[in-house]
Design a binder for this molecule. Structure first.
Ligand code: C5P
Length: 305
């Protein structure tokens, strides 16, 4: 049997970061939304004893490891272990989500691999604990839509949201490591340059804007506590944010831990206009247009032998 699953990238409409915990993570409150920008993971069995082989293709395959450090490899092994079978699989990942970009591309691959492996092995257990084990954003990639994330981001509940939003996704070639951005935030806080939120809670104005379905209202309430840290590490991102606003974006911000910047457009045509102008300015590596919210991880193809 050959199974393909697709999993979405995420953006954070709110990302409020609390204190560093004893386990090395930060408590956070985030409002996630899934993008219709998806990675695909296809798996099929190899002869017994051959282990896992992982190949990467697609627009953003460069530099992605196919070894044990790949979250998709870890994910299939976890499912095989729980299903009580030996893990002998070919994995093919098609990467359309920029890498080390703040869009949870690696988490999407983990989510797709979990769902595909559960189907292939007939594993009916809960995937949520496995998602939590693999990374903070994997649970959201499984769920998709719009959701409130708490703890380190892995506890997710759906949030009521109307409307569809058009984004320009501006990616930079040199990715940022997530731990480095969190460390920079801690440093900026120690220096008194930025403050920790007084209260770690979802912003009511944003939740109300989501119910209204108005892009203009959403734009007024987007926030990302990691943005000052990402800008401190990659100062040229500020220019990208400024240019999108000059081009009439309703709002623009750094995506998660960056370095991707996202700009909220009035509609699809407007997003294409902003994308064209940004592309012409040599500021970014790749410019994409995407819509949110989008569905979570789902199986797209099953081929039976
Ligand atoms: O969970 P994930 O593997 O995506 O996290 C990568 C790193 O990002 C963690 O090891 C940690 O340094 C940082 N992080 C954090 N607080 C979070 C999520 C991630 O400090 N809530």
């Amino acid at each position: 049997m050959k199974v393909t699953a697709a999993a979405p990238a995420k953006i954070n409409l709110q990302l409020s970061v609390g204190a560093l915990r004893a386990d090395g993570y930060h408590d956070l409150v985030t409002v996630y939304q899934a993008l219709d920008l998806r990675d695909e993971v296809t798996i099929f069995e190899r002869a017994e004893g051959m282990g896992v082989q992982c190949g990467i293709s697609g627009d953003f395959s460069s530099g992605v490891p196919g070894d044990e450090s790949n979250l998709a490899v870890k994910a299939v092994k976890l499912v095989a272990e729980l299903a009580g079978v030996s893990c002998d699989l070919n994995i093919q990942i098609t990467k359309r989500i920029p890498v080390a970009a703040g869009l949870a591309g690696g988490s999407a691959d983990a989510a797709a691999a979990l769902v595909a492996a559960a189907e292939l092995y007939g594993y009916g257990g809960d995937l949520q604990p496995l998602a939590e084990q693999l990374g903070s954003d994997v649970a959201f990639s499984l769920l998709g839509g719009t959701a409130l994330g708490t703890s380190r981001g892995e506890v997710v509940v759906p949030v009521l949201a109307r409307g569809n939003y058009c984004w320009v996704i501006i990616s930079s070639s040199n990715g940022l490591s997530t731990p480095r951005v969190y460390q920079k935030l801690d440093q900026l806080r120690d220096e008194g340059a930025v403050r920790e939120p007084l209260q770690l809670a979802p912003k009511n104005e944003l939740l109300q804007a989501l119910v209204s379905g108005s892009a203009t209202q959403i734009a007024a309430h987007l926030s990302n506590d990691l943005q000052p840290a990402a800008l401190a590490l990659v100062p040229k991102l500020q220019r990208i944010l400024d240019v999108t606003v000059e081009d009439g974006a309703l709002a623009s911000l750094v995506a998660g831990s960056g370095p991707t910047c996202i700009a909220l457009a009035k509609d699809h045509e407007h997003a294409l206009d902003i994308a064209a102008r940004i592309s012409g300015q040599n500021l970014a590596d790749r410019v994409l247009v995407a819509t949110s919210p989008a569905v979570g991880t789902e199986i797209t193809v099953i081929e039976k032998n």
